[in-house]
Design a protein around this ligand. Structure first.
Ligand SMILES: C[S@@+](CC[C@H](N)C(=O)[O-])C[C@H]1O[C@@H](n2cnc3c(N)ncnc32)[C@H](O)[C@@H]1O
Length: 266
């Protein structure tokens, strides 16, 4: 089963706590820029983007998954915001985007779903749809760190852990020769001490995107990085508190997920 055709991401970042955390984060990121319109090119079910609408930005969105787009419409409406949404592969987005925008975003580690060559083409083509001095904002997993560690198995927090029922979640990383990787999520259900069911959910392939490569692509396509943010606290419920300095470059090898804000300079 493909993760993005299931309901697994329907409520992603929709809790009150996550909405508040993202709202405060985005306030910090965007407040010094004079922007109004933001298009999210991999909006998913929208939970990560709704805080931007709450901050007053004019949001529109697109995504490959019609299942997630349908849910995004409902999620936005339930929070009191209407939104223009349409299906598009972000690699073809510049051909169909109706307007130009002050900012384009792609959140939730979505860009590495396409290979590095396609990321470069995406940046180049989307820059034609970004207004003068406009912004390109993304967040991704720290693929430099992942490639150093090359994990193959991770036990995640159990989804349910009561006396009668255990729902365990495991992540299997299936690495390919070209460095791309497939995530498989394994859910295993035990009831009253007896194994009931194991199910597998596949996320589409990821193509690791390294920081220096991404920075070079941005620079080649007329962007400069304005700031990078450690977003572990937003995206991961890590129990192990890493000791960090607060300086992104110094902390880089300890950061698991980060955001990059770039500005169009030519
Ligand atoms: C992990 S989800 C993140 C969703 C959302 N941005 C968030 O932060 O919650 C990745 C999203 O990327 C979308 N996606 C993957 N490849 C895409 C592509 N080539 N064009 C547009 N969307 C894509 C998926 O459909 C999915 O909604």
């Amino acid at each position: 089963m493909n993760l993005y055709e299931t309901s697994a991401l329907f409520s992603q970042n929709m809790s009150k706590k996550q909405q508040e955390k993202f709202l405060n984060f985005y306030k910090q990121v965007f407040s010094e820029y004079d922007i109004t319109t933001i298009h999210d090119c991999s909006i998913g079910a929208g939970g990560t983007t709704i805080p931007l609408a709450k901050l007053g930005y004019r949001i529109s969105g697109s995504d490959l998954s019609e299942t997630l787009l349908k849910k995004a419409k409902v999620n936005f409406e339930e929070e009191g915001h209407s939104i223009e949404l349409f299906t598009s592969d972000f690699r073809k987005l510049s051909e169909v985007l109706p307007n130009t925008y002050d900012c384009i975003i792609s959140t939730g580690n979505s860009l590495p779903h396409v290979n590095n060559g396609d990321v470069r083409n995406f940046i180049k083509s989307i820059s034609t749809k970004i207004n003068k001095d406009g912004l390109l904002f993304i967040d991704i997993r720290n693929w430099d760190k992942i490639l150093n560690e090359k994990p193959v198995f991770k036990a995640r927090d159990p989804l349910v852990m009561t006396e009668d029922e255990h729902v365990s979640l495991y992540q299997i990383w299936n690495w390919h020769d070209d460095q791309s990787v497939d995530f498989i999520f394994v859910t295993s259900i035990d009831k009253k001490g007896k194994h009931e069911k194991t199910s597998l959910t596949h996320a589409p392939t990821y193509y690791p995107l390294k920081y220096n490569d991404y920075e070079k692509m941005l620079n080649d396509c007329g962007f400069e990085i304005r700031r990078c943010y450690d977003v572990d606290d937003l995206w991961l419920n890590s129990h192990k508190e890493e000791i960090k300095t607060g300086n992104f470059k110094e902390d880089f090898s300890k950061v698991n997920w980060y955001a990059v804000l770039a500005q169009k300079v030519r």
